[in-house]
Write a protein that binds this ligand. Structure first.
Ligand SMILES: [Zn+2]
Length: 257
């Protein structure tokens, strides 16, 4: 699986929180308002209304509200499932989580971890049900995901979370192994380079920043040619001729054809 690049804007994100929607096997309007990514019952992935960047700390304006008191820096991924589920006695309801969506969830979370340099640890990749215990942030009796509908032998928030982290790590390892067997000569991200755009600085002096609208880390004179790695909401992530990575305001760039 590979998420569209436009779904993964440059942002500083610190963790991924996995949920279930408590709904049917398709993403609803409400689901799209609360999560960044929703995995449907057949493994299809739907983007939420709000970009991942909206939850970058400090949060300003509208953001995806998926975890009480823990949305800042948190990417919300949800498995569309578990409508009418009950803990005790255990009943997975009318739309149990499927093995396909669990696997797709692990794949996309692996992509997120890679894109945003999030390590796969209990504090940084966890289910909503683990948030209170692991991060000490009180939740209102949330038990997503303390039960695996397709494998009833796995239950308990931490046990399910460990299983998810193992699957995410396996997906990451698989992606790395595939990457290393690619017959490319260049050591430095050959695939990314192939897709890179180039742009020229048009302002007399352009500030290079550490993050979008963040601290100034350099000054780029007019005419400097930059590799554009990503862009979103008026900011471009660039690499300078000296190999320095940073962000610049896109309006002071012109594409170099
Ligand atoms: Zn939740």
């Amino acid at each position: 699986m590979s998420l569209p690049k436009s779904w993964l804007p440059a942002a500083t994100m610190t963790r991924v929180i996995l949920h279930w929607t408590g709904g049917a096997h398709v993403a609803s309007i409400l689901d799209r308002q609360h999560y960044h990514l929703i995995v449907e019952g057949d493994g299809n992935v739907v983007r939420g209304d709000l970009a991942i960047l909206a939850n970058q700390a400090p949060i300003r304006g509208n953001y995806a509200a998926h975890t009480l008191g823990c949305n800042s820096g948190s990417i919300g991924v949800s498995l569309a499932s578990m409508a009418g589920a009950k803990v005790n006695p255990w009943n997975p309801g009318s739309h149990p989580t499927t093995a396909e969506q669990w696997a797709a969830g692990a794949e996309i979370v692996a992509e997120l971890c890679q894109r945003y340099a999030i390590p796969v640890t209990p504090e940084t990749v966890l289910s909503h049900a683990e948030v209170q215990e692991t991060l000490g942030i009180r939740q209102r009796g949330k038990w997503d995901i303390a039960r695996l509908a397709f494998d009833p032998s796995v239950f308990g928030a931490r046990v399910v979370g460990d299983r998810f982290r193992r699957d995410v790590q396996a997906a990451l390892d698989g992606a790395r192994n595939r990457a290393t067997v690619e017959p490319k000569g260049k050591a430095k991200a050959p695939d990314a380079n192939a897709m890179e755009l180039a742009a020229i600085v048009t302002a007399p002096v352009l500030n290079l920043r550490k993050t979008e609208d963040g601290a100034i880390v350099g000054k780029l004179p007019r005419g400097t040619r930059l590799a554009v790695l990503d862009h979103d909401r008026g900011w471009s992530e660039v690499r300078t001729p000296a190999g320095v990575l940073g962000f610049v305001a896109s309006k002071y760039l012109t594409l170099d054809a």
